[in-house]
Ligand binder design. Structure first.
Ligand code: ADP
Ligand code: ADP
Ligand code: ZN
Length: 227
C-alpha cells in the first residue's frame, strides 16, 4: 500500500513525512531528496539534474519515473528480507499528469496500489514565508525553519550535528517559479485523484503536531478500509 502527499512547496510535506513514515511502517520517498543526493554524489543523474533543480524547473518525467521504479524495487526487496514497511509514502511525486499515469502503470504491473492521496494546504503568503526561512541538513535531510522550528544549537542539526544550510533553490526567484509550476502542472492532478475517490485534504496551516495527528488518522483509516 502506498500513500501520496500532495500540496504546494512549503505546505509541510517533507516535515510531516519525516515525522510519521516510520511510525506507520512506510518508507518516505522524496524525489527531491533523491535528486539532491545524486547531485551531492556527482552521479551522472546528479550532474544532469543540478542545473534543473537550481533553476526550480522539473526533472523530465521519464527520469523521475525511473528513480521511483528503482526505489520501489528496493523497498520490495527489503520487505521480503525483513518483513517490514507496508509501502511508500511519496512526497513531491507525482507532479505532472504523465508522472501520475506512469505511476498507475507501474503499480498495476507490480500488483501494488495507492490507498490514499492527501493534499496538504496553506495560504500562499505562509508558503513563501516558510520557504524563505527553511533550512535543511545536507547530511541527514532534516528540515528546520529559522523562526518556526530552529535547531536547538544555532545552525547545527539536532539529529546529526552537521551544519544546516539554505537550499540553493530557496531563493525568492526559484520559490516563485516552483509555486507557479505547482499551480500549472501539479494542482490539476488533484482532480485526477478526487475523481477516483482517493483524495483527502488536510489544513497544513496549523501546529505541526496537530497536522501529524490528522494525517496519521486518515492513513490508518484508509489502510483499514482496503483490507
Ligand atoms: P514541503 O516539503 O511541503 O515543501 P517542508 O516540510 O519542507 O515543506 O516545510 C517548509 C518549511 O515550513 C520548513 O522550514 C518547515 O520547518 C516549516 N514548516 C512545516 N510545517 C510547519 C507548520 N505546521 N508550522 C510552521 N512551520 C512549518
Ligand atoms: P520543493 O517541493 O520545495 O520543490 P523538493 O525537494 O520536493 O522541493 O524538490 C526539489 C526539486 O527536485 C524540484 O524543484 C524539482 O527540480 C526536482 N523534483 C522533485 N520531485 C520531482 C518530480 N516529481 N518531478 C520532477 N522534478 C522533481
Ligand atoms: Zn542532520
Amino acid at each position: 500500500m502506498h500513500v501520496i502527499f500532495m500540496g504546494p512547496q512549503g505546505a509541510g510535506k517533507g516535515t510531516q513525512a519525516t515525522r510519521i513514515a516510520e511510525r506507520l511502517d512506510l518508507v518516505h520517498v522524496s524525489t527531491g531528496e533523491l535528486f539532491r543526493n545524486a547531485i551531492k554524489a556527482k552521479t551522472p543523474l546528479g550532474v544532469m539534474a543540478k542545473e534543473i533543480l537550481d533553476r526550480g524547473d522539473l526533472v523530465p518525467d521519464d527520469i523521475t519515473l525511473g528513480i521511483v521504479e528503482t526505489r520501489l524495487e528496493e523497498i520490495a526487496a527489503s520487505q521480503s528480507e525483513s518483513g517490514h514497511a507496508r509501502g511508500a509514502l511519496f512526497d513531491g511525486f507525482p507532479r505532472t499528469p504523465a508522472q501520475a499515469k506512469g505511476l498507475d502503470e507501474l503499480l498495476e504491473r507490480r500488483g501494488e496500489r495507492l490507498v490514499t492521496v492527501i493534499e496538504i494546504t496553506a495560504p500562499r503568503d505562509i508558503l513563501v514565508e516558510r520557504l524563505s526561512g527553511r533550512r535543511i541538513c545536507p547530511n541527514c535531510g532534516a528540515t528546520y525553519h529559522i523562526d518556526f522550528s530552529p535547531p536547538k544549537i544555532d545552525s547545527i542539526c539536532d539529529n546529526c550535528g552537521h551544519q544546516v544550510i539554505q537550499r540553493a533553490d530557496d531563493t525568492p526567484e526559484a520559490i516563485e517559479r516552483r509555486l507557479s509550476l505547482y499551480d500549472e502542472q501539479t494542482a490539476p492532478l488533484l482532480h485526477y485523484y478526487r475523481d477516483r475517490g482517493l483524495l483527502q485534504t488536510v489544513d497544513g496551516h496549523r501546529d505541526v503536531d496537530i497536522v501529524s495527528a490528522d494525517l496519521i488518522r486518515i492513513i490508518e483509516t484508509s489502510a483499514k478500509s482496503i483490507h
